[in-house]
Structures are given as structure tokens and as C-alpha cells.
Design a protein around this ligand. Structure first.
Ligand SMILES: *[C@@H]1O[C@H](CO)[C@@H](O)[C@H](O)[C@H]1NC(C)=O
Ligand SMILES: *[C@@H]1O[C@H](CO)[C@@H](O)[C@H](O)[C@H]1NC(C)=O
Ligand SMILES: *[C@@H]1O[C@H](CO)[C@@H](O)[C@H](O)[C@H]1NC(C)=O
Length: 505
């Protein structure tokens, strides 16, 4: 479990975060994704509410209208404005598995296979089709480009030569960038933009692939596409992004391994790791059961409504300036991070609004940093996580207020986390003080996350000395709770204070 010893002090940690801030201040404007399902749904929500009654009536009618499906067995021959070839009427009964060695690709990795692979892809993309998926996206019916277990050297990106296609799989082998591969390129590139429709590709699957960028550029680039699946891939030696998703929605990344260097922790070069393993500049994506074993940033997120589960980040330790998951989207975050393993590297969230972090394991002083940009934190749950550290006093949740204090704090619940060798911070604190006198002060600063913020308080004054003193809450300033009584008594005072919940006022 212990991968390596902790190295340097928290001063280094904070300095590292400051360096990382220069990464870029602008998040993607919301309008960037205006075509996506997410925003459609946001807009439709109100209309939906109003239509509930109507839907009830439909479902009670004798001939219910079944929901249309993209995968209906016989798709309607929709009229399409797309210049794409219309679905073939003369389908030959040959299999649609395109074996790349048949195109002259060299599975031994000795000679360049770029042209052969592109030819196989081109044939697959122009092959027999069966109607459409989304409007204008030609359904290739599950055609496969089979790498036949070979390793292929390529000297430029395998950019899909034809757009507006779907239901295709590329699988079963290794792609490796040559030494003259362009440093801004991606081995597999779904960026063709000459499609006539909203989405470039739909339901393209990359399975059982090793992608070796050879320290030249990135692994997979997915632009304005829908329902792309990356499954059981091993993506290494990238210098930009292992996977970049921009626009579109529903890219699902599963059961995969990503690292800039092939290492298993405790790498002597760790402080020099750079690059980002997964960069999500779009909404509604999912990353599940993925290991990120080297990169400066494990997952960079600048689109909304993404979800992460079963992610193990040990990409670069916080002490070296690494970040496990970086939520760089202020204002409307809408991210869930659950059941993940943050291993010596933590989570950074800028002005989080609607963020859920639960049931995760943080090892090696890894912590969650809330970074103020405009001082907003709203609708944040950080609950039921466990933390394990080196007994150096590192707090499990921290604030970066170098850009200004968090001023708008609401609906924040940081509670029920447990820690060994780290300091618990929370938005709910309980305290007890005993004394003989007429005033009792309980200082909750060691627990409460936000300075000088108590929104709600309950206290009990307990005394068994026969008298019934009058007592009152006098002051909660600076997270110090002051209770006073009219006469001196020996008493115990119990306090519960809450910083983050909305209450009726
Ligand atoms: C897109 O461009 C490629 C060549 O760059 C061409 O072969 C293909 O037919 C084009 N597709 C469309 C839909 O125009
Ligand atoms: C509390 O203080 C008063 C006066 O200072 C003293 O008379 C009394 O014995 C003290 N009671 C206890 C329980 O210490
Ligand atoms: C509450 O305590 C603070 C210091 O902690 C003090 O500055 C302030 O005046 C106090 N408020 C009242 C109403 O006594």
C-alpha cells in the first residue's frame, strides 16, 4: 500500500499549486457546448415539468407510443441533408472486418504502416452501411478495423478520413508514433470537421489497443462526437494529452491505463512528469475503472456533468506539483467523483458549484483543495471519504484564497470523513467545554474549514449545582463560540456549529 516515502514540506505543495494556476484562466464558455444534450436538457427541464400531466395521459392511452431508438432494427430511411453516400442497397454478404495486414500494414513494427492503416480505415468508413444513427451519421453496422495483434509504426495521425460515420470498432493491436510524428498530433484522431452535421462521429469504439505516442503528441483526440467508447486501452508516452475530448458528449472511458512513463510508482523522474492523461473539454462524459500512473495532471475537467468512478490516480505527487483531478470550471461544475483512489495526489476544484466527492480513498497526504476564483462555493458534498497520511498535520480539505476569500458559501457539506495521520476539516463541528464561572468559550477553528463563518448553532449548558442560571449565546465571531450566564456556576457547555447549510432564515 505504501508506495513511497513522503518527500518535502507543505510550502513546496502550495508553491506548486501557484505555478499550476498559470495553466490558463479561461474555462470553456458554456455556449461552446450549446448543441449538446446537456444544455438541451437544461432548457427542456422547465418544459418537461409542465408536460408531466400530458405524459401521464399518454401512458394511460390504449396504444402507447413507444420511444424511438437509434438502434431500432430497421431504421427509417430518413431524408438526410448530408452529402454522405446513402445506405447501400446492394449489400454483399462479405464480412466487414478490415484486416490491416491485407492493406500492407507491417505488424512487426519495422516499416511505416500509416498509409496501409488509413486505407483500411477509409474502406471501413466507406463500406456498406445500414441506415443512420443520429441524423446524417451513416451506420456502418459494426464494421471492424482489426489490428491483428500487431505493432504498427505511424508517422502522422490516423485522422479519420471521412466524417459522419458511426458504429465502427478499431481494436486488437499496438500503434506507435515514429520519431518524426508531429508533436501536436494524436495517434487516433476523430477530428474530421467536414461532416455536414452537428456531430462528427457516433458510436466509434477503440478497444484492446496499446497506444504509444513515443513522446510525440497525444493518444486519442475526439472532437464533437457522440457516444465514443474507449475500452481496455493502454496509452503511454504522450506529451500533450493521453485522451482529449472536446465538444460532443458521452465519451465513455473504461478499464484503461494511462501514463506518460511506464512506471509503477516511486519513479526517480516523477518530479519531471508533465502532460495530462485525460482532458475533458466537454460534458456528460464518464471515466470508470481507469488507472493513471504518470502525468502532471491525471484528469483535467472543463466541461460539466462528467462523472468519475473507480479512478486510481498516482500520476504525480502533490509534493512535486501534480494534480490527480483538476476541476477547472468555475460556476457550474456538476461533477461526481466517487469510489476513486487518490494516491499521493489530490483534487483541485475552482469555485465549485454542484460537486459531489464521496466514498474515495486518499493516500499519502492527498487532499482536496477548493480554489477561490470569484469566491463562490455552492452545493458541494465532500462526505464519507477516508484519508491516510504521514502525521505531518496535512488537512484533508484546504482552501486556496490567494485570489480572494470565499464570500458566497452555501449548501456545503463537508462531514463524516475519517482521517489517520491527517487533520480533519469539516463544515460541521462539535465541541465541549467545562468551567466554573459565567463564561465559556469554545474555539472551533481546528475543525471548521471556512474562517469566521458560522451559519447555524446549537448549544446546551449543563449544570447540576442546584441553580438554574440564565445563559445566552453571545458571540460566534472568528469561529469562537461564547456562552455567558448571569451567575457563576460550574457547568459543561456542548456546541454544534454548521458553516454550510441553507436554513430557513
Ligand atoms: C472529408 O474530406 C476527405 C478528405 O480530406 C474526403 O475524402 C471526404 O469525402 C470528405 N467528407 C465529406 C463528408 O465531405
Ligand atoms: C466555583 O467557583 C466558586 C467561586 O469562585 C467556588 O466557590 C466553588 O467552590 C467552585 N465550584 C467548583 C465545583 O469548583
Ligand atoms: C465578538 O468577538 C469579537 C472578537 O472575537 C469582537 O471583536 C466582537 O466585538 C465581539 N462581538 C460582540 C457583539 O461582543
Amino acid at each position: 500500500m505504501e508506495r513511497r516515502a513522503l518527500v518535502s514540506s507543505m510550502i513546496v505543495v502550495l508553491a506548486s499549486f501557484i505555478i499550476i494556476q498559470v495553466y490558463g484562466e479561461n474555462s470553456w464558455p458554456v455556449a461552446r457546448f450549446s448543441g449538446g444534450r446537456y444544455h438541451d436538457q437544461m432548457q427542456k427541464m422547465e418544459a418537461y415539468k409542465a408536460s408531466l400531466l400530458r405524459r401521464d395521459l399518454i401512458s394511460l392511452s390504449p396504444s402507447p407510443i413507444s420511444p424511438s431508438s437509434s438502434f431500432a432494427p430497421s431504421p427509417l430511411p430518413l431524408p438526410s441533408p448530408s452529402p454522405s453516400p446513402s445506405p447501400s442497397q446492394s449489400v454483399t454478404p462479405s464480412p466487414r472486418v478490415y484486416h490491416v495486414t491485407s492493406y500492407g500494414a507491417d505488424p512487426s513494427g519495422q516499416t511505416d504502416s500509416t498509409e496501409a492503416l488509413l486505407a483500411a480505415m477509409s474502406d471501413a468508413l466507406n463500406g456498406p452501411s445500414n441506415g443512420f444513427l443520429m441524423e446524417g451519421i451513416v451506420n456502418l453496422g459494426g464494421a471492424q478495423v482489426n489490428l491483428e495483434g500487431g505493432t504498427y509504426i505511424i508517422n502522422r495521425p490516423l485522422r479519420f478520413p471521412v466524417a459522419s460515420r458511426g458504429n465502427l470498432m478499431i481494436h486488437g493491436g499496438t500503434l506507435k508514433a515514429s520519431n518524426n510524428f508531429p508533436t501536436e498530433g494524436y495517434l487516433l484522431d476523430l477530428s474530421a470537421t467536414n461532416g455536414s452535421d452537428e456531430y462528427n462521429y457516433e458510436y466509434v469504439s477503440f478497444r484492446d489497443l496499446m497506444l504509444d505516442s513515443n513522446y510525440k503528441g497525444g493518444g486519442i483526440q475526439i472532437i464533437n462526437s457522440l457516444r465514443i467508447s474507449i475500452d481496455n486501452c493502454y496509452i503511454v508516452h504522450f506529451t500533450t494529452n493521453g485522451i482529449l475530448v472536446q465538444g460532443g458528449h458521452e465519451t465513455y472511458i473504461r478499464n484503461s491505463f494511462l501514463g506518460q512513463h511506464i512506471t509503477a510508482g516511486g519513479d526517480l523522474g516523477e518530479r519531471n512528469f508533465f502532460g495530462t492523461a485525460i482532458n475533458l473539454m466537454g460534458n456528460d462524459n464518464s471515466v470508470t475503472d481507469v488507472v493513471i500512473f504518470s502525468a502532471a495532471i491525471g484528469i483535467m475537467v472543463s466541461g460539466q456533468a462528467n462523472t468519475f468512478s473507480g479512478v486510481h490516480c498516482y500520476n504525480k505527487a502533490t509534493n512535486f506539483g501534480g494534480i490527480g483531478i483538476y476541476l477547472k470550471l468555475q460556476g457550474l461544475t456538476q461533477t461526481r467523483i466517487v469510489n476513486s483512489y487518490l494516491d499521493y495526489t489530490g483534487i483541485v476544484a475552482e469555485d465549485p458549484v454542484q460537486l459531489h466527492i464521496s466514498s474515495n480513498f486518499f493516500l499519502g497526504d492527498a487532499y482536496i483543495l477548493l480554489k477561490s476564483i470569484n469566491g463562490v462555493v455552492n452545493g458541494v458534498n465532500i462526505v464519507d471519504n477516508m484519508f491516510y497520511g504521514s502525521y505531518k498535520g496535512v488537512e484533508i480539505v484546504q482552501l486556496d484564497q490567494t485570489n480572494g476569500a470565499f464570500k458566497k458559501v452555501d449548501q456545503v457539506v463537508i462531514d463524516r470523513n475519517n482521517a489517520r495521520g491527517m487533520e480533519v476539516k469539516a463544515t460541521v463541528a462539535r465541541g465541549t467545554v467545562q468551567g466554573n464561572g459565567s463564561s465559556w468559550t469554545i474555539d472551533l477553528n481546528s475543525i471548521l474549514l471556512f474562517p469566521d463563518l458560522i451559519k447555524h448553532i446549537l448549544y446546551t449548558l449543563s449544570t447540576n449545582r442546584g441553580s438554574f442560571p440564565r445563559h445566552s449565546l453571545r458571540n460566534v465571531s472568528m469561529n469562537r463560540v461564547l456562552i455567558e450566564s448571569d451567575v457563576a456556576v460550574p457547568a459543561t457547555v456542548f456546541v454544534v456549529a454548521d458553516q454550510g447549510k441553507s436554513h430557513l432564515s
